[in-house]
Design a protein around this ligand. Structure first.
Ligand code: G1P
Length: 293
């Protein structure tokens, strides 16, 4: 079975939930403390051994691609002033990741964004990372899915149990009922995009990490847009089930919905508390703040 070498990041979205901040700044560039969300996702992919990053971009995303390029002026400024630590941080971003970017010319949904990646992915399995699902874990979340993919083949989606009322925000898996081939691995017979809670086939939501075989491309290519004018990845995955097995994996880690204001704040607080430089002072501040309530 081929190795998973490439990760696709669909990043063409307009980020309307974070207006006005995202009027000219891509939402993926909003930082959790001082690291842009997209960089957290790219780092996760690199930590999992992925070598090539494919951005599916849209209008106004140039700064995001620039972020991973060499920043000559900034680097020579830091070098001249002997700011070695900061220089290393900035240089690392442009040295580690091999980036390709492809324009998604029309906003036709997540399935269409993945289809746009075909020329860069070719005929091999690949990872998909939705960077506003920020996951903190010991082993990179996408690496955990790659491991399941290598053990069981087919395709793998990240699964997370959520409360019933929240299911309508997600794709929801329909388990086949077969015994799990390994702990946390659920064989699927279907999935539904954003069902009403009473119609949901399970309480396991699909989170933004996938490992997919290239057979998904012709399926997405044949699909017609839905009532919203979009090609849903979830519908494409259902089509994929006619060709191959799909599994949901309940990964280890804590996920933040950084595409939502509250989730973004939660991620900011928890990442800040973990930091060696500002964590202790921030913890003190939070204590003083809660004491004063
Ligand atoms: C997308 C997918 C959905 C998945 C979610 C994970 O939805 O369509 O199936 O559960 O990402 O974050 P979106 O959040 O783009 O509406």
């Amino acid at each position: 079975m081929s190795r998973v070498r490439k990760a696709v990041f669909p990043v063409a979205g307009l980020g309307t939930r974070f207006l006005p901040a995202t009027k000219v700044i891509p939402k993926e560039m909003l930082p959790i403390v001082d690291v842009p969300q997209i960089q957290i996702g790219v780092q996760e992919a690199l930590d999992a051994g992925i070598e090539e990053i494919v951005f599916i971009t849209g209008r106004g995303k140039v700064s995001m691609v620039d972020h991973f390029d060499v920043a000559f002026e900034v680097e020579s400024y830091l070098r001249d002033r002997g700011e070695e630590k900061l220089l290393a941080v900035v240089e690392e971003i442009s040295q580690k990741a091999r980036i390709t970017s492809i324009r998604q010319k029309r906003p036709l949904g997540l399935g269409h964004a993945i289809l746009c990646a075909q020329p860069a992915v070719g005929d091999e399995p690949f990872a998909v990372i939705l960077s506003d699902d920020v996951i903190r874990s010991e082993e990179p979340a996408i690496g955990q899915l790659v491991r399941v993919f290598h053990a069981h083949g087919g395709g793998v989606v990240a699964g997370l149990r959520v409360e019933k009322h929240a299911l309508s925000k997600y794709g929801v898996i329909d388990p086949s009922g077969e015994p799990p081939p390994a702990p946390g691995v659920t064989p699927l017979k279907g999935m539904v995009e954003k069902p009403k809670p009473e119609d949901a086939p399970s309480d396991i939501a699909i989170i933004g990490r996938y490992v997919l075989p290239p057979e998904i491309f012709p399926i997405l290519e044949r699909m017609k847009p839905d009532a919203k004018g979009e090609i849903q990845l979830t519908d494409g995955l259902r089509g994929l089930l006619e060709h191959t097995r799909l599994y949901a994996y309940e990964y280890e880690g804590k996920r933040f919905d950084a595409g939502d204001k509250l989730g973004f704040l939660e991620a900011t607080v928890e990442f800040a508390l973990e930091r060696e430089d500002i964590g202790p002072a921030f913890r003190d501040y939070l204590r003083r703040l809660t004491d004063s309530w």
